[in-house]
Structure formats: structure tokens, C-alpha cells
Design a protein around this ligand. Structure first.
Ligand code: HEM
Length: 453
């Protein structure tokens, strides 16, 4: 039985500091963290419990982890923890004060309200035939019978889906700029690369091009507003028209390119991991194919049909559990508190290890095994309190969670329906690369051949 009611208290109480996770002199836990941060935290949690301090080179932070921490985070986290300081570099770099991850309270909920409809699961469910068409068109450009590196192909596919369905057009030749811009900036924000990298010409060029695309999107939508079936940019511009002081031009630009920034690596990483997990479990592919074929054969996809795919849904949840691409949330302490008997002081850097619970053997039977049946009745292991949090917790929980789930499910459904897939080489074993989001490394390749269905 898992303990989910760890006591916590408001304020500074002179409680002891969290235990140190130790590690090598000077390096601390840096090497383990660089290799696989989630599994490092899982191991520390099993020894030290839900709160511990990690040193890694010149960085030091407190980890809050496990189902008990997840419950604290979803109920009280926004009162005591903030992303404002963590994301300050990002907000400065793009000249946007109203950057979702960096703001709290009323301005945050106002901005979330504006983007709620276009970002929603229902919006994508209303456009399923288009989603499948874009997916098919993009995959048709992948080489057949020749190894394809999966993650970059999924990044491109995800950006086409996001662009066409949320912004009215794809990223065209701006795609590479997004990848460079996001990777460099995130690494600098998370302290994994020096901030000096933000002065390098390659990054500056990519940033300028990303901002140009943002401005082009605003200009095009201002010239041709869509009243029927408006997209994300139409919603942002309508909010601006209602209240001219709400968002600056830089903030509108950021709003327009936001789904690329938040969605390319995350969705692509998850789809890539899911493909890997399935190719390692061919019996699951057989089960999924019969469900997918039945639904695809019933005519143009509708929201109702997509909801009747329990096996595909379970496989997606199991992928999000086992291969979370955002396994921890960076924060600082906004207000002092005590959790599990340990003191948190204002401005302490904290990592909320939301995905540590995904590997808790008290919640999940054989947590290192990919097992879609654990997400189906009667087991439903992921439904236990604090057990699953791939999209974060609290007010900043992923705004595109429903969108991403449908996007990933339909990507995999289309691939399995239309193609036979094979890993190249067939005995490839997963190695994770951090970009900085985790994804299968460049040796995860597949070859595909059209199926006769
Ligand atoms: C599997 C795919 C995805 C995963 C695992 C994921 C995960 C997350 C997580 C963990 C957060 C919270 C970060 C924090 O609290 O510090 C977040 C925030 C966010 N995500 Fe996602 N995400 C995914 C895909 C997407 C997509 C496709 C979009 C857009 C179409 C999107 C839009 C956002 C936005 C706008 C936020 C900021 C929310 C806020 O601060 O209020 N995400 N995401």
C-alpha cells in the first residue's frame, strides 16, 4: 500500500535540510544524471524517500518525487513552487513577459483560457480525416526499404501535423530553425549548456528565422481572418482585438509559434518511443492492428470512432508511463514549506520528479516491462493516486495534452495500418539521447514497406 498522505506544513520551521544523494567528489551525480536522469532519480527515491538533494558539478537542487510528491504538487504545488525564475532566461530571450510557463495566477489563467479551444483534444478529434491525410502525405516522402532514423522523421511529421492543424500551414523550410532554436535555448535554460551558446551565430540565425515565421503567421492571419473554423492564431488575434493591451506583438508571435516549441520534441519523442516499444513486442502490434483495421475500415474517422480504440489508448498511456519525455518539472520555491519533515527555503531550486512514480513497484507490477494490459480493466494501475503524470501537474499541466495524445495515437495507427515496419538492425537496443528532452538515439532506425490492406 502506497503512502500518499505525507505531512506538509506551511512556513519556515527550522526543519532539517533534505538528505544528500551523494556521488563523486566535485561531480556529484552529474554522470548518472547525464546518462539517464529519470532512472537516477528512481534509484535515489528508493533509497532516500520522496525528498533529497542532488549535486551535479556546480548545480545543486532538491528533488521532490514519488506518488506522494505528485499528490502534493497537484494539490498545493502552485502555492509554493514557481517556474518564473527557471523560465526567466527563456522569457527574456524572446522578449515576452506573458510566457505561459513563466507566469502564474490570473494572467496565466487568462492566457490559458485564450488557447484552450484550439489546443484541445476535441479540436483535433474534429479534424481526424485531415490529421490522417497530413500524416499519410508526410510518411509517403519517407524512403521505403531503406533505414530511416526515426526521431528526426517524427519531429518533421509532428511539426507538419501541428502547423496544418493549429496554424493553417506547415513549417516549410523553417523546420530546421525550430529544432536548433529550441534545443539551444532549452539547454541554456536548464543549465545544461552555458548561456554563451545563445550568442552563437547558428543559434542567432535560427532564432531570427523562427521569429520571422511567427510574424508571417500573424500578418497572414490578420490579412485573412477565418471566422469559420478559426485556428490558434485567429483565437490569439481575436483576444488582442478585444483587449489591445493584453499581449504585445512579441507575445502574439510567441503564441503563434508556441505549439512548435512545446510540441515538436515532446510528441516526436513519444511517438518514437512508442514505435520502439511496439517493435520489441510484435504480439502487441498484432492486437493493435486488428483494432485499427476495424476502425479505419468503417469509413472516415470520427471522434466517436477514435474513442473506441482501447488497445491503442492503453499502448499510448503505457508509452507515456515508461518513456516520459518531460519526466521532471523545474521550479524554485516561492514560499517556504516543510514536506516529509524537510525544510524548503525561498529560491531553493527544485526538480519535481513527476515520473519517478511511473517506476514505483508498489504501483506498477514489473515497472520496467512494457505491458499495455496494466492500463486496461481490471488492472488500471495508472489510475491509482499520484501514479501517472506525463503531462505535469497543477496549473501548468500541459495545455496540449489531449491534442498530443490524439496526435500520437493517429500517427502510430496510420503507420501500423499502412506499412509493415522493421527495426534496422532487428536487434537494436534502446539508447536514450537527451536533446534535452529524451528520445531514442540516432541508431534507432526502421525500414517500412507499404502493406496491401
Ligand atoms: C507527449 C507530448 C507532450 C508531453 C509529454 C508534454 C508535457 C508537458 C509538460 C510536462 C508540461 C508542464 C511543464 C511544467 O509544468 O513545467 C507541458 C506544458 C505545456 N505544453 Fe506540453 N507536452 C506534450 C505535447 C504538447 C503539445 C503537442 C503541445 C501543443 C500543441 C503542448 C503545449 C504545451 C504548453 C502550451 C505548455 C505550457 C502550459 C503552461 O505553462 O500553462 N504540449 N507539456
Amino acid at each position: 500500500m502506497i503512502k500518499t498522505d505525507i505531512p506538509w506544513e506551511d512556513g519556515a520551521k527550522n526543519a532539517p535540510l533534505p538528505p544528500d544523494a551523494g556521488g563523486l567528489p566535485l561531480l556529484g551525480g552529474a554522470l548518472d544524471l547525464m546518462k539517464d536522469p529519470l532512472q537516477y532519480m528512481v534509484r535515489q527515491y528508493q533509497v532516500l524517500g520522496p525528498v533529497f538533494q542532488v549535486r551535479a558539478l556546480n548545480r545543486k537542487f532538491i528533488v521532490l518525487a514519488g506518488p506522494e510528491a505528485n499528490l502534493f504538487m497537484s494539490r498545493h504545488g502552485d502555492k509554493y513552487l514557481t517556474g518564473e525564475k527557471t523560465w526567466a532566461t527563456f522569457a527574456d530571450e524572446i522578449n515576452a513577459k506573458h510566457f505561459l510557463a513563466a507566469i502564474n495566477g490570473e494572467p496565466h489563467s487568462r492566457l490559458r483560457k485564450i488557447i484552450k479551444k484550439p489546443y484541445s483534444r476535441q479540436n483535433l478529434l474534429n479534424h481526424l480525416p485531415e490529421l490522417v491525410e497530413i500524416t499519410r502525405k508526410t510518411i509517403a516522402q519517407w524512403p521505403q526499404d531503406k533505414p530511416l532514423v526515426v526521431f528526426p522523421a517524427m519531429q518533421r511529421l509532428g511539426s507538419e501535423q501541428i502547423g496544418h492543424l493549429l496554424l493553417g500551414s506547415g513549417p516549410d523550410d523553417y523546420f530546421d530553425d525550430f529544432v536548433v532554436f529550441m534545443r539551444t535555448l532549452l539547454n541554456a535554460v536548464l543549465g545544461q549548456r552555458p548561456k554563451l551558446s545563445l550568442r552563437m551565430p547558428g543559434y542567432r540565425h535560427a532564432k531570427e528565422r523562427v521569429m520571422t515565421l511567427g510574424q508571417n503567421l500573424l500578418d497572414e492571419h490578420r490579412a485573412n481572418p477565418r471566422t469559420e473554423d478559426p485556428d490558434l492564431v485567429d483565437y490569439l488575434l481575436a483576444a488582442e482585438a478585444d483587449n489591445r493591451d493584453l499581449l504585445s506583438e512579441a507575445e502574439l508571435r510567441l503564441g503563434a509559434i508556441g505549439p512548435y516549441l512545446a510540441g515538436i520534441d515532446t510528441s516526436a519523442g513519444t511517438s518514437s518511443f512508442m514505435l520502439y516499444a511496439l517493435l520489441k513486442n510484435p504480439a502487441v502490434i498484432d492486437r493493435l492492428r486488428s483494432e485499427i483495421e476495424e476502425v479505419f475500415a468503417a469509413g472516415p474517422l470520427t471522434a466517436k470512432m477514435a474513442r473506441q480504440m482501447p488497445l491503442l489508448t492503453a499502448a499510448t498511456i503505457e508509452t507515456l508511463r515508461m518513456y516520459p519525455v518531460a519526466p521532471m518539472l523545474p521550479r524554485t520555491v516561492a514560499k517556504p514549506f516543510v514536506f516529509a519533515g524537510y525544510q524548503f527555503h525561498v529560491d531553493d531550486p527544485v526538480m519535481v520528479g513527476t515520473a519517478v512514480a511511473h517506476y514505483d513497484p508498489n504501483l506498477y507490477r514489473d515497472p520496467h516491462v512494457f505491458d499495455i494490459d496494466r492500463c486496461l480493466p481490471p488492472r488500471k494501475e495508472h489510475r491509482q493516486p499520484g501514479a501517472l503524470a506525463p503531462f505535469g501537474l497543477g496549473a501548468h499541466t500541459c495545455a496540449g495534452a489531449g491534442f498530443a495524445e490524439v496526435q500520437i495515437m493517429m500517427t502510430i495507427a496510420t503507420l501500423l495500418h499502412d506499412y509493415n515496419l522493421q527495426m534496422e538492425p532487428a536487434d537494436y537496443e534502446l539508447k536514450i539521447s537527451l536533446n534535452p528532452s529524451p528520445a531514442p538515439d540516432k541508431n534507432f532506425r526502421i525500414s517500412l514497406r507499404q502493406r496491401a490492406v
